[in-house]
Design a protein around this ligand. Structure first.
Ligand code: PEP
Ligand code: MN
Length: 354
């Protein structure tokens, strides 16, 4: 159920409708749009009897939503969601592309600072780095945990980059939400519904990666879990799915970008690193992702990929990331987007020293 308010409805009228929805035992989600506010209703196991909602002042119409997802849908919000970061002019989901770069894992201060300085100097506005790693083997490097989060907080101070890092479980989530700017939910956790709900109770944007065999609808439903708890800042991420093809680690499904944008107002970024698993394929697929309308890229870059403790084979050398930024900028211009540049300049005395 969706209550569409008239274009000139006042904040008081919107609040009165929300109060009435609560009184009926449901949860209202007021999502302001450019021309009108729509109020999604969740918490209803079956259809809501819309009582007298359509009679309340300021209400244009009450619509039954037949799709299994609501808040993620363009039915509720026609315009693209644009996410803002307090204290910066950074936006995600607008004209600017979200360029996220950094190592798969934070391995040491030296590795993290060296990589961060180089991707920031190349213009990245977001730094990625795993503190908690969901590894296939329990004996593989699992991440430095909170120590990695403190290193990334220092990197934010030094470079101005916003921090994106994964929460693998609810304990990690509390810490990640304290330190990071964007909470990543990984492919393996895309259907961990209790974790999704918990992330929905945090007040930081969530980068939600597509599960290895998830359909678009399943991805949207996962985003709906986050939004249903009141966190509306969700960024979808295509990171490749498992198919019979074995020339790449995963099959990057770029057609999900226009398909998701048709159904949902949420931004969608592409991860060509996990999507290919091979360094020499990353630039091509990054170009293609920008060309097909992705709202950004998340790319693994390592100062010494050959020594990486995770995902070295798909990590770019810093020089390759400079080329990726240049090419992405050119392609972005053709499709009406732009690649904003971090103004960080690497101090001369640290070049090659970190
Ligand atoms: C990652 O970003 O390092 C990661 C583990 O990604 P995914 O969840 O897509 O495998
Ligand atoms: Mn990785």
């Amino acid at each position: 159920m969706l209550v569409v308010m008239k274009s000139h409805a006042t904040p008081e009228q919107i609040a009165a409708v929300c109060d009435e929805i609560e009184r009926m035992g449901f949860r209202p989600h007021a999502l302001p749009g450019a021309t009108r506010t729509a109020i999604g209703i969740t918490g209803n196991k079956s259809g809501v009897d819309h009582g007298n909602l359509s009679e309340l002042s300021g209400v244009a119409e009450v619509i039954r939503v037949s799709k299994p997802y609501k808040l993620v849908s363009r039915d509720v919000k026609e315009e693209d969601t644009v996410i803002r970061f307090p204290g910066t002019d950074i936006t995600v989901g607008g004209r600017d592309l979200m360029m996220i770069a950094g190592p798969c894992s934070i391995e040491s201060r030296e590795q993290a600072f060296s990589t961060a300085d180089q991707v920031a100097a190349a213009g990245a506005q977001f730094f990625r780095g795993g503190a908690y790693k969901p590894r296939t083997s329990p004996y593989a490097f699992q991440g430095l945990g909170e120590e990695a989060l403190t290193i990334m907080a220092e990197i934010r101070e030094r470079t101005g980059m916003r921090i994106v890092t994964e929460a693998i479980d609810q304990d990690a989530l509390d810490l990640v939400a304290d330190y990071a700017d964007v909470i990543q939910i990984g492919a393996r956790n895309m259907q961990n519904y209790s974790l999704l709900r918990a992330a929905g109770r945090k007040r930081k944007p969530v980068l939600l990666k597509r599960g290895m065999s998830a359909t678009l609808e399943e991805l949207l439903m996962a985003a709906e879990y986050v939004m249903s708890e009141g966190n509306y800042d969700v960024i979808l991420c295509e990171r490749g799915i498992r198919t019979f093809a074995d020339h790449t680690r995963n099959t990057l499904d770029l057609s999900i970008v226009p398909a998701a944008q048709q159904l949902s107002h949420l931004p969608i970024v592409v991860d060509p690193s996990h999507g290919t698993g091979k360094r020499d394929k990353v630039l091509s697929m990054a170009r293609a992702a920008v060309a097909c309308g992705a709202d950004g890229l998340i790319v693994e870059v390592h100062n010494q990929p050959d020594r990486a403790l995770s995902d070295g084979a798909q990590s770019l050398y810093p020089d390759q990331f400079i080329q990726l930024m240049d090419e992405a900028s050119k392609i972005a211009g053709i499709v009406g987007r732009s690649v904003p540049r971090n103004a960080f300049v690497q101090p001369a005395d640290t070049v090659g020293a970190l």
